[in-house]
Design a protein around this ligand. Structure first.
Ligand SMILES: *Cc1c(COP(=O)(O)O)cnc(C)c1O
Length: 343
């Protein structure tokens, strides 16, 4: 099967398994797992922050950030189709008593104007905005890279109005590879940053949250509270360290493969790329009802050994990753073009 449903479906490579097998470990709840400690130091350094904490999932990294920045009744401003709004089970409300106010963006990208307009007055009627939330790259937006200068302009404004920012950087590595701009430069305007190792980097488990030493000390309490403090977890952290060393630069291959798929979609009548430009490893497209539903299309592809994600009533998503090769993507591109041959 050529599995393009998500970049989370990868399996550890033989070399990654070797690194996991031989990792020195200890009880991380005591702070005694040398491999976890090494990963946390490494992540803090890469992101240019004082400290970082290893957590089981991207959702947990994000939800610890929510709890760090906000008290019950306070709010976060985020783009309408952000992961935190669509795909984290309502966790800000459930775990922290926090609302997330959805703002309109363009392919997941929020403008400074929309944020400026949304900031509530200092009034007892209004929930107080304690956090501005950006996602880069933006998953539902289409793997879009938030333009660097725009992120920094928002950061400057946010600093002026005294509202900290959090970056959901589950796929920040893709933005780094697509632009050549280092992770620390991307992270600079943000108080806290979450990153995932289990997406494009191909590690089996884990994410991290970076911030100040004081924030990360508090994050250790919340990680325990949320059930995410683990023991000899260096076996997993070793995979993340391996992925940071070996699997970031190769994301460029995933981006080239996604463009190949996008080109096939764009020449196929009845399929419409949305967004029309593919920046990284995520390809979303609309299916004209004449060609069937996303579900029927997904079933047809499955019969040809190709797995895609049918999402919503008219959308299909393809995500490239290190377990699909150029040759695999050429097979898929041919299958896409065969749906409705251009004449
Ligand atoms: C996948 C994802 C997450 C959550 O990660 P999990 O490890 O699946 O909990 C958060 N944000 C974005 C943008 C994601 O794509």
């Amino acid at each position: 099967m050529i599995d393009l449903r998500s970049d989370t479906v990868t399996r550890p490579t033989a070399a990654m398994r070797e690194a996991m097998f031989s990792a020195p470990v200890g009880d991380d709840v005591y702070g005694e797992d040398p491999t976890v400690n090494r990963l946390e130091a490494r992540v803090a350094e890469v992101l240019g922050k004082e400290a970082a904490i290893y957590v089981p999932s991207g959702c947990m990294a994000n939800q610890i950030a929510v709890r760090l920045h906000c008290a019950p009744g306070e709010e976060i401003l985020a783009e309408r189709t952000s992961h935190v709004l669509l795909w984290e089970g309502g966790a800000p409300a459930a775990l922290s008593g926090v609302t997330v106010r959805p703002l309109d963006g363009t392919h997941g990208i929020l403008s400074l104007d929309s944020l400026r307009d949304a900031l509530p007055p200092d009034d007892i009627h209004s929930p107080q905005t304690r956090l501005i939330w950006l996602e880069n790259t933006h998953n539902r937006g289409g793997g879009t890279v938030h333009p660097f200068d725009a992120v920094h302009a928002i950061g400057q404004w946010a600093e002026g109005v005294g509202v900290p920012m959090h970056l959901d950087g589950a796929r920040l590595w893709n933005a780094v590879t697509a632009t050549g701009i280092p992770a620390a430069a991307w992270a600079r305007p943000f108080a806290t940053v979450s990153v995932c190792f289990s997406k494009g980097l191909g590690a089996p488990v884990g994410s991290a949250l970076a911030g100040t030493t004081a924030q990360i000390a508090l994050a250790r309490r919340y990680r325990k509270l949320f059930g995410g403090a683990m023991r000899q977890v260096g076996f997993l952290a070793a995979a993340c360290l391996y992925a940071l060393d070996r699997h970031v630069a190769r994301l460029a291959d995933d981006h080239a493969n996604a463009r190949l798929l996008a080109d096939a979609v764009s020449v196929t009548p009845g399929l419409t790329l949305d967004p029309p430009e593919v920046h990284t490893n995520v390809v979303w497209f609309c299916v004209d009802p004449n060609l069937g539903t996303p579900k029927s299309l997904a079933a047809k592809f499955k019969g040809q050994g190709i797995l895609v994600a049918a999402l919503g009533h008219d959308m299909v998503r393809l995500v490239t990753h290190l377990d699909v090769s150029r040759a695999d993507c050429e097979v898929v591109a041919r299958a896409i073009r065969a749906i409705a041959p251009a004449n």
